[in-house]
Design a protein around this ligand. Structure first.
Ligand code: ADP
Length: 163
């Protein structure tokens, strides 16, 4: 009966993110996808656009215990407390991810010792999938259809056309 927060910038949401959610949805009572903004990364989509897109993907994937919300302000552990979640869910693709995630998890522990970070390893076929590489390919009209859900690749095409 554990609730988990899956926080990220999801710019855009990828098949790797979806794979983590599909696997974790069998492990937790509820997963709350918290869309944040990463100030060190230039965002392609606004938080509101992401909310709409990810909600659509979750509906299409019939993930009934997954909810999507915006969290653009404040600490993620405070959000977890408000939502009565006790787990911070994160995905790990590489040793570099691991180092980064360990730092975040340790910092979160200092703020909220009662909240645990839980890591799922990226499935092999999604280990190379990253939002930033997807943006690099899509901006030059490359094919990202195997790396992002269909709804997302369509929205990306529209976005780059307008730019
Ligand atoms: P952030 O900017 O907070 O790192 P991201 O949207 O890049 O947000 O990632 C959110 C979470 O999903 C992170 O834990 C990240 O490691 C994980 N993640 C990203 N891509 C993948 C993938 N292809 N497979 C598994 N986990 C992933």
């Amino acid at each position: 009966m554990t609730k988990a927060i899956y926080a990220g910038s999801f710019d855009p949401f990828t098949m790797g993110h979806l794979n983590i959610l599909e696997r974790a949805s069998k492990m937790f009572e509820e997963i709350i996808v918290a869309i944040g903004t990463n100030t060190s990364k230039q965002a392609l989509f606004t938080p509101e656009e992401k909310l709409e897109m990810i909600t659509e993907v979750i509906e299409e994937s019939a993930l009934e215990n997954v909810r999507v919300i915006l969290h653009t302000d404040g600490l993620t552990v405070d959000l977890a407390r408000r939502e009565e979640a006790t787990v911070m869910l994160r995905g790990i693709r590489s040793v570099t991810d691991m180092e980064y995630e360990m730092n975040i998890a340790s910092m979160n522990k200092t703020q909220a010792p009662d909240i645990e970070s839980v890591f799922l390893m990226a499935d092999e076929q999604y280990r190379f999938v990253s939002s930033s590489l997807i943006k690099e390919i899509a901006q030059f009209d490359g094919d990202v259809s195997r790396m992002v859900p269909k709804t997302i690749s369509e929205k990306m095409k529209e976005k780059y056309k307008k730019m």
